[in-house]
Design a protein around this ligand. Structure first.
Ligand code: IPD
Ligand code: CA
Ligand code: CA
Ligand code: CA
Length: 269
């Protein structure tokens, strides 16, 4: 099995570098623009953090494909390439714009489409979550795992998110939120899919779902959750593919079946 030591070291350095920018600039950035609609935000800091990260990766691994959220914009990328990086330079832009210090840098490496390495860095808590396929999940270097003490939905703390792109919201409404709230211990929406996945991996949350995410939102978190002993799938329980849009369910594994049954996903609703 490949250890990806050099790639991991670089990803951690890049995530912390971008994280420094985010921490410095929250409450100080000036320019906020919109992308697909009024609620789909981007700032100069998203772009700057992405520039820094992509530059560091390309400089060290010129032969790899690199996909960054802002640079990619609407463009497609070649799937199934040997090694592809997925970079979300600032996950939680809406939180950032409102001065809510809950956002992260998310960096993943995929081998032939399958994420094999993930780094999620929270610059406000100085928490760096890392995982390499086959090597376990870590928080600031210490091993972490999902919460295995919870095996039913009624004891689970669930989390979800709402797409910034308003065109995707009808898809989100296919899940009956009232049903979910009635059946779980409680439900959160914290505003950073990457950190929400990292929190499932370290046992602070029991399960996460969201529709219409992008590979850079979930690729790192997927490796983390799986390496922490949890389960990741699409909403129908099938293996998650890094397609253009991704519907994801991630949990401690023990509640997964009951969680999916509660979401009652039907693709053609
Ligand atoms: C967003 C965050 C948020 C999720 C949105 C994503 P961004 O990413 O992950 O939690 O609900 O769907 O688009 O745009 O802040 O990088
Ligand atoms: Ca965005
Ligand atoms: Ca994101
Ligand atoms: Ca982003």
């Amino acid at each position: 099995m490949h250890s990806y030591n050099a790639e991991l070291a670089l990803a951690v350095r890049a995530a912390r570098e971008a994280g420094r920018l985010i921490r410095e600039k929250i409450n100080r950035h000036r320019v906020t623009e919109t992308k697909s609609c009024l609620s789909d935000l981007v700032t100069e800091v998203d772009r700057l953090a992405e520039e820094v990260t992509l530059h560091m990766i390309r400089d060290r691994f010129p032969e790899h494909t690199v996909v960054g959220e802002e640079e990619q914009a609407g463009r497609a990328w070649e799937t199934g390439k040997n090694l592809t990086w997925f970079v979300d330079p600032l996950d939680g832009t809406t939180n950032f714009v409102f001065g809510l210090p809950f956002c992260a840098v998310s960096i993943a490496l995929a081998h032939r489409g399958r994420p094999v390495l993930g780094v999620i860095h929270d610059p406000f808590r100085e928490e760096t979550f890392t995982a390499v396929r086959g090597g376990g999940a870590h928080l600031n270097g210490a091993p972490v795992s999902v919460d295995r003490a919870i095996c039913t939905l009624d004891r689970s703390l669930l989390v979800t998110g709402y797409p910034g792109n308003a065109a995707m919201r009808p898809r989100m409404h296919r899940v009956d939120y009232k049903e979910v709230i009635d059946r779980c211990s409680n439900l959160r929406a914290l505003g950073s899919a990457a950190l929400e996945l990292a929190y499932v991996a370290c046992g602070r949350l029991t399960g996460f779902w969201e529709v219409a995410l992008r590979p850079w939102d979930v690729a790192a978190g997927m490796v983390l959750v799986e390496e922490a002993g949890g389960t990741v799938s699409d909403l129908a329980g099938q293996p998650l593919e890094m397609t253009e849009y991704v519907d994801i369910a991630a949990s401690n594994g023990l509640i997964h079946r009951e969680f999916l049954a509660c979401l009652a996903w039907e693709d053609e609703k």
